[in-house]
Design a protein around this ligand. Sequence first.
Ligand code: SF4
Length: 90
Amino acid sequence: MIYRNFQDLKLSALGMGAMRLPGLDIPRLLDLYNEHSFTGGGFIAPMALMAVPEEKHPSACIGCRSCEKVCPQQIKISEAMADFARKMGA
Ligand code: SF4
């Protein structure tokens, strides 16, 4: 687990609203990651990702950590994307 609790990660994701780098929609993916992780799975995140092009899935994260260098809350985004991709079976 990367964050102490759901609220920490949720607040972090919300705080990144302006941080929409070209490529992955990080705040949206973190929101789905929160939902999936803290509800123990389910269909919401997999269903939401069905509407997202594959090149924008968490599995498309190459772990370059560019986003982490500018994240004001120092979220380990690459680790969250890797874990999310694993949970999605990628
Ligand atoms: S680590 Fe790199 S590839 Fe992954 S979400 Fe951040 S900027 Fe995108």
